[in-house]
Design a protein around this ligand. Structure first.
Ligand SMILES: Nc1ncnc2c1ncn2[C@@H]1O[C@H](COP(=O)(O)OP(=O)(O)OP(=O)(O)O)[C@@H](O)[C@H]1O
Ligand SMILES: [Mg+2]
Length: 265
């Protein structure tokens, strides 16, 4: 089971969009795919039209030990499994002060799911040094640093990399860091320059696949399903298929499990 954390301290750079539709691409390929919403904004949960009812377990209960991970799984559209969040997840930051090694909670919970899923995608909040992102980094094999091909992209990415390296040491958990360029528009000369700068700086650390801007992705978020469900023949789907294929070919994700996924749903 390979775990990918979608991170950046910058807000609105495409973390959730990248994680949700890449999850859709893996699920379409037949991989057992879990998306974990680690953001109190709950945008990944909303993007998959899941809204846990009052009293239903969420990722907060899993982190605080109130529920097992497999009891909190939702079957989301497109064959993706979701560990949902609500705004209540914001409480974990405060509650974690009373817990020993709170940043290890997610890793421990995911261990219970090993063998059930092939790939786990973690959608992080726009903050890398909070306890939620630390849980993601402590649990992940690969940190996917999502970089919008806009102003200050390189500077922002370099700052984020420094923080990620510090956290790798602090958490005593080595992970691979890769850069994913997104929200790209080839018609904009400035964006082409940003992409060249990212290629020069990160080399093989930058994914060959660049996620382009697609209006269909904004619509998919509103419709509450992965793009593979909303518009399976779209160009946006091609981007996520290419990224999934690249992750598989680079062995950052592997097809491994034969066990059926079960849940209370
Ligand atoms: N490739 C894309 N094409 C078109 N729109 C996109 C793309 N990626 C993201 N967006 C849009 O940009 C906005 C921000 O994207 P998203 O929510 O994925 O960012 P985020 O990094 O998760 O934000 P936050 O830091 O608040 O969690 C959303 O409105 C989303 O629909
Ligand atoms: Mg987000």
């Amino acid at each position: 089971m390979q775990v990918l954390a979608f991170v950046n301290q910058k807000g609105g750079c495409g973390k959730t969009t990248s994680a949700v539709h890449l999850a859709g691409a893996f699920a379409r390929l037949g991989l057992r795919t879990l998306l974990v919403d680690l953001d109190p904004q709950a945008h990944a949960t909303l993007s998959l039209s899941c809204a846990p009812a009052e009293g239903e377990p969420t990722v907060l209960d899993v982190l605080t030990g109130g529920a097992r991970a497999d009891a909190a799984l939702f079957a989301a559209p497109g064959g993706v499994w979701l560990l949902p969040a609500t705004i209540e997840l914001a409480r974990f930051e405060e509650e974690s002060e009373r817990v020993l090694q709170p940043e290890r909670r997610l890793a421990a919970a995911l261990e219970e799911l090993a063998g059930i899923f092939d790939v786990v995608l973690l959608d992080c909040p726009p903050r890398v040094d909070g306890v939620l992102a630390k849980n993601a980094l402590r649990a992940c094999d690969t940190a996917v640093l999502v970089v919008e091909t806009g102003a200050f992209a390189l500077q922002g990415a370099l700052k984020a990399l420094v923080i990620l390296e510090e956290l790798e040491r602090e958490l005593e958990h080595p992970f691979d860091t890769r850069v994913l360029a997104t929200l790209f528009d080839r018609r904009v000369a400035f964006m082409r320059e940003v992409l060249v700068a990212l290629e020069l700086r990160f080399g093989a650390g930058l994914f060959d696949t660049v996620l382009r801007q697609h209006e269909a992705l904004r619509e998919a978020a509103a419709l509450g399903a992965p793009i593979q469900v909303v518009d399976p023949a779209s160009d946006a789907c091609l981007d996520f298929d290419a990224l999934a294929a690249e992750l598989l070919s680079k062995r950052l994700v592997a097809r491994a499990s034969n066990t059926a996924v079960t849940s209370r749903v």
